[in-house]
Design a protein around this ligand. Structure first.
Ligand code: AHR
Length: 534
């Protein structure tokens, strides 16, 4: 292990340069009818929901019975709900897909359970029992204190069906679908779903109903117009690609005056565990989120260009409504995208969250893909769960970085990574990534108290940075030196360390308190989140 001790390397945080308030929705989740996410994660798996995707799982894997005491009165998995509500404080969840939504017909999933239609599942294989539908999702959201975000089927679905779904959820009049909801739920109150997305990844070849950008844009414009007629209060999310594709530009030019948010998706780590060159794995994993940051910056430009062309003064924000660390050679359709995460993946996750905090002025929603079992921080068995390595950065960011104002930071003095990144263009086009990766949030309360939270990922694989100055020039002369600081640190010698049912706490965050001296030693490949109460 190398160490660097030099005054030339420092971290700057600028309290006088606020970026924007951090939207609490950047800590959102995503549930898709895929693998064991819904059936096994939200509801206990059962013979009735088998065979859900993937086709080739043995029945025994799917439904070892879950004891009644582990379920809520509504029949939901209590442990999952409690982690999402009470620990991660998940504010909003996107449902029902994902690829799944492109052949989902919502009417199959409402009404008496015994009358629900079983359907072939086209996106991931297997059969869909439809035992978890709109009313179950909303009931789960209410218990979990989560805002629902629904995705419309722009594959096999029609505009009429979409309008009916919105009427079913939000209608308050004496109309057919509003009354159907009342009949099914036994209550008058509407579901009040505010966020609706106009399809999922309609650009992808794997999608049922793939379209060209211009064909989608014309249709989405018609849908958006009609949807705002049936409910002018909804917030509409247009379907983008990664933010930097031609698709994004075409769709934004057409929809910018009709939507409230533009959705983008990106996963880091595809194929990262390439066994032919294992030495590349670390760099290709932890520096990946820099691509997402660049995609956000390009999307911001495309949004503004479209606003200029159409003279739209209303801001459009980004819904990064699928992001995460996913090696598609590990979490595969055949295993229901069950990926066990290493310590390296946790560092990548911390870098992802730094990106969302730094880009607080444009990212309104970020949904980790996904919330349970499927490329997720939580793995659930019939009688319990464990938290994966990537759970801990999400937990810390959600606890400390929500609600405040993101501040400008600088790591200009940090050494740069010059090895291979994934995608490879990061180094050549965006610029060689900074080894120290930082974001900061300032919380101010009415009693003149302030809390400064600073997240630092030392992404250098082998170099510890010793005695690094954290320079925070407060205008009113406040100083951090001498203040008690809570230090939350993640570090493992073994980059491949994982948690599991047998060793659920092998990788966790370690928290301690210290008097702040103004300098800190960042271990090699580590994540540190400081909390200063001023
Ligand atoms: O999250 C897994 C899949 O990734 C989603 O279904 C799809 O939208 C994306 O390609």
């Amino acid at each position: 292990m190398a160490t660097t001790t030099t005054d030339e390397v420092h971290i700057d945080v600028f309290p006088s340069a606020p970026i924007a308030p951090v939207s609490e929705y950047i800590f959102s989740g995503f549930l898709e009818h895929l693998g064991k996410c819904i059936y096994g994660g939200i509801l206990p798996a059962s013979p009735d929901t088998f065979p859900h995707s993937p086709r080739n799982l043995a029945p025994a894997d799917q439904f070892t019975p879950t004891p009644k005491e582990l379920l809520t009165p509504e029949g939901f998995r209590k442990d999952v709900l409690e982690v999402l509500r009470d620990e991660l404080n998940t504010p909003l969840v996107r449902w029902p897909g994902g690829n799944y939504v492109s052949s989902y017909h919502w009417e199959d999933g409402v009404g008496p359970l015994e009358e629900r239609r079983r359907r072939p599942e086209l996106a991931w294989g297997g059969e869909e029992s439809n035992l978890f539908g709109t009313d179950e999702f909303i009931a789960w959201c209410r218990v979990a204190k989560i805002e629902p975000f629904l995705v419309l089927n722009m594959g096999t679905g029609t505009l009429r069906e979409a309008l009916n779904w919105i009427e079913y959820c939000n209608g308050t009049g004496d109309t057919y679908y509003a009354n159907l909801r009342r009949k099914n739920t036994g209550k008058d109150e509407p579901h009040n779903v505010k966020y609706w997305a106009l399809g999922n990844e309609v650009w992808g070849w794997w999608q049922v109903g793939q379209e060209t950008a211009s064909a989608y844009a014309v249709r989405a414009r018609q849908w958006a117009h009609a949807i705002k007629l049936i409910d002018p209060n909804v917030k509409l999310v247009g379907c983008g690609e990664t933010g930097l594709n031609a698709w994004d530009g075409v769709v934004l030019d057409e929809l910018v005056d009709k939507v409230d948010l533009h959705s983008i998706h990106l996963y880091t780590g595809f194929g990262v565990r390439d066994r032919t060159k294992p030495e590349r794995e670390y760099g290709r994993s932890v520096y990946g989120p820099d691509a997402a940051e660049y995609a956000i910056e390009i999307a911001r430009g495309l949004i503004n260009k479209a606003r200029i062309l159409k003279n739209v003064s209303k801001p459009i924000t980004l819904a990064f409504d699928e992001y995460g660390v996913w090696d598609n050679t590990v979490g595969t359709p055949a295993n229901g995208l069950r990926q066990i995460y290493t310590f390296t993946d946790a560092l990548a996750m911390a870098s992802w969250l730094n990106v969302f905090v730094r880009q607080a002025d444009i990212v309104e929603i970020a949904c980790i893909a996904q919330s349970v079992n499927v490329i997720s921080p939580l793995i659930v068995g019939p009688t319990g769960l464990f938290r994966q390595t990537i759970y801990w950065p999400l937990y810390l960011f959600s606890k400390y970085m929500r609600g405040g104002t993101s501040l400008r930071t600088s790591t200009a003095s940090s050494p740069r990574f010059t090895g291979e990144t994934l995608p490879e263009w990061i180094g050549t086009i965006k610029g060689a990534p900074s080894e120290l990766d930082v974001s900061a949030v300032l919380h101010s309360s009415s009693s003149n108290r302030q809390r400064l939270c600073v997240s630092v990922v030392n992404r250098a694989e082998h170099t510890a940075f010793e005695d690094i100055a954290l320079r925070v020039p407060f205008e009113e002369g406040k100083r951090l030196e001498g203040v008690e600081v809570e230090v939350n640190e993640m570090w493992e010698e073994d980059l491949g360390a994982v948690n599991g049912f047998e060793n659920p706490e092998r990788v966790v965050v370690k928290t301690r308190k210290e008097r702040w001296s103004g300098r800190w030693t960042f271990k090699e490949h580590s994540f540190t989140l400081f909390v200063f109460d001023l």
